[in-house]
Design a protein around this ligand. Structure first.
Ligand code: SIN
Ligand code: FE2
Length: 241
C-alpha cells in the first residue's frame, strides 16, 4: 500500500465504523450492516492466499470487451466469461488448474450470514471475487448461471464504499441505490433470488485496509442442489464447462 495521505485519516468506514444492523430490501433480501466487520482481516488474509494461485484478471464478455471489474474465484466451481459465454467451470482457464479451495473463513462467514438472513444450512460451493478500482462498474444483471436457485446469494463488501443498485424481477423495474460499506453483507434468496442488481461506477477514495479498491465476495451454490451434494459424483464437476 502507498503511504497514507492526510485525506486517508478519515476512519469513518473502518476503525470507527459501527455495525449498522439489518435493513430489509424487500421480501427475501436483507442488508446485514457490518456483519463481516469482525472477520475483515481474516477474509483479506484468505483472499491473499487465493490470489497466489488464481490472480485477478479482466475477463472478456461474450461480445469481446474486457470487463471493468477484475475477477477470480475459489471453491469447487468458478464463474467465468469469454467469447463462448457465461458459465461455471471447475478449472481456472488462466492457471489451467482447479480454482483454489474455499477458505474456511469465507465459507463460515457465508453460512452464518445466510442463516441470519433466514436461509439456514447454506453451504456455498462457489465464490466469485470481484475487484473494483475507481471507474469500474457492474451493469444490471441476474445471477442465473447456477444450477440451484433454491439457495441464496450472499455478497460481502470490503474496502471502498459502493452504490449497489437493487432492482426487481424485471430489468425494467425501478432500482434503488443502497450504499454498501466495508463489512456489509447483502443476502437474497427465495422470492428475491432472481432480482436484478448491479454496482454503479466506483468513486475514488482510500480505505485503510484495501487502499483505493473495493472487493466483493459473492457466494453461490452453483453446481447442484444442497440435498444432493453428498451423492453427486465428482465426475459431474469435471464436465462443467
Ligand atoms: C455481483 O453481483 O456479482 C457483485 C455485486 C457487488 O459487487 O456488490
Ligand atoms: Fe450478481
Amino acid at each position: 500500500m502507498t503511504p497514507l495521505d492526510p485525506s486517508a485519516l478519515d476512519l469513518s468506514e473502518s476503525a470507527a465504523q459501527e455495525p449498522a444492523g439489518d435493513v430489509a430490501l424487500g421480501p427475501g433480501a436483507v442488508l446485514l450492516g457490518g456483519f463481516a466487520l469482525a472477520s475483515d482481516r481474516a477474509l483479506l488474509a484468505a483472499l491473499a492466499d487465493v490470489l497466489r494461485t488464481s490472480p485477478f484478471r479482466r475477463m472478456l464478455t461474450p461480445g469481446g470487451s474486457a470487463m471493468s471489474v477484475a475477477m477470480t474465484n475459489c471453491g469447487e466451481a468458478g464463474w467465468v466469461t469469454d467469447r463462448r459465454g457465461y458459465r461455471y467451470d471447475a478449472i481456472d482457464p488462466a492457471s489451467r488448474r482447479p480454482w483454489p479451495a474455499m477458505p474456511p473463513a469465507f465459507a463460515g462467514l457465508a453460512t452464518r450470514a445466510a442463516e441470519r438472513a433466514g436461509f439456514p444450512a447454506f453451504i456455498p460451493d462457489a465464490c466469485l471475487i470481484n475487484r473494483y478500482a475507481p471507474g469500474a462498474r457492474l451493469s444490471l444483471h441476474q445471477d442465473k448461471d447456477e444450477q440451484d436457485f433454491g439457495a441464496p446469494i450472499v455478497s460481502v463488501s470490503l474496502g471502498l464504499p459502493a452504490a449497489f443498485l437493487w432492482g426487481g424481477l424485471l430489468r425494467s423495474d425501478r432500482t434503488r441505490r443502497v450504499c454498501l460499506v466495508h463489512g456489509d453483507v447483502v443476502a437474497w434468496g427465495g422470492p428475491a433470488r432472481m432480482a436484478f442488481h448491479g454496482v454503479d461506477t466506483l468513486q475514488g477514495g482510500r480505505h485503510p485496509l484495501t487502499g483505493a479498491i473495493r472487493y466483493n465476495l459473492t457466494f453461490r451454490r452453483a453446481l447442484w442442489p444442497l440435498q444432493g451434494a453428498a451423492m453427486a459424483p465428482s465426475s459431474i464437476i469435471n464436465k462443467i464447462g
